[in-house]
Design a protein around this ligand. Structure first.
Ligand SMILES: [Zn+2]
Ligand SMILES: [Zn+2]
Length: 293
């Protein structure tokens, strides 16, 4: 499916969206009102328009307030600076698989409705093939085009926050609550954690709460959906600290990384979408125009 270029009568800076997203090192992506929208022609920037009623006129919120609300929604997502500019339009597919992944995630975002349950998606594939870009682009579209509240997290960083919270006396639910309740949550780098019982219980609690409330959760993981057989000779001692074992661990499947219970829940909540192609971070041609130019 073609990704339409936003509005036609467009401003060269914002392509008619009214919003500019800034990429600032060390901060999550920040959106602001484009110059073309700074002074609204209808309300002169006051945010109110006078509407005539019987014998009088009353002030009503101007439609341009939508823009301020949507900018606030975007700024609450926590999109990493490296993918601040990620959108469906800026995603350049280099393989059929990436073209399909973009079409599938765009279709999800376009059809998303805030008033009914929406099945999420799980992007899987090798690192550097654009999974984080598609996650960020989906959240950007939902916030700016549809006014849907979203959050982006890397699961390992969330675990660090929870651990740091323990040290300062904060219960884990203080940190999880807002993530458990946001309309759309994207969890990146799923399965990268060590897979301890505690880590799994945190993940299980978060996605179970969201599942029970009918909220949509999106995921991305570097691990393959299916297990690739790890060849161990019968009776061979496995040294878990060895480089060989670490390499084998990297070929583990997502089911092995997160455990059967969570994996089966993921299958209930999500469509699995494969994203494979050249590595954007290694391939000079494919990586051109990214953050690390
Ligand atoms: Zn503009
Ligand atoms: Zn206005």
């Amino acid at each position: 499916m073609a990704i339409p270029n936003p509005k036609s009568n467009s401003c060269a800076d914002c392509a008619g969206l009214g919003v500019i997203v800034d990429q600032v090192v060390g901060r999550s992506a920040r959106a602001r009102r484009c110059e073309c929208q700074v002074r609204c022609k209808r309300c002169g920037g006051s945010g109110f328009v006078l509407v005539s009623a019987v014998d009088t006129s009353v002030a009503q919120p101007c439609a341009c307030r939508h823009l301020a609300e949507r900018i606030a929604l975007f700024n609450a997502i926590g999109i990493p600076a490296a993918v601040a500019e990620a959108s469906f339009e800026t995603f350049k597919p280099y393989s059929d698989c990436q073209t399909q992944a973009r079409a599938g995630t765009y279709d999800f975002a376009r059809k998303f409705r805030g008033d009914e349950p929406n099945r999420g998606f799980l992007l899987h594939g090798k690192p550097g093939c654009g999974k984080t870009h598609l996650l960020a682009g989906t959240l950007r579209y939902l916030a700016l085009e549809k006014g849907i509240g979203c959050r982006y997290i890397e699961f390992m960083l969330l675990l660090s926050d929870i651990k740091a919270g323990f040290n300062s006396g904060r219960a884990h639910m203080d940190i999880l609550r807002s993530l458990a309740e946001v309309p759309v949550l994207a969890i990146d780098e799923l399965g990268k954690e060590r897979g301890t019982e505690w880590e799994r219980s945190m993940l299980d609690e978060l996605i179970s709460r969201r599942y029970n409330m009918g909220l949509t959760t999106l995921f991305a993981t570097n691990y393959p959906r299916e297990a690739t057989a790890v060849h161990t000779e019968p009776g061979r001692m496995v040294r878990t600290g060895s480089p060989e074992f670490q390499r084998e661990a990297e070929t583990m499947s997502l089911a092995q990384r997160v455990g059967d219970r969570i994996f089966s829940r993921l299958n209930e909540m999500c469509d699995f979408v494969r994203v494979e192609g050249p590595d954007f971070r290694k391939d000079a041609e494919a990586g051109r125009g990214t953050f690390w130019r």
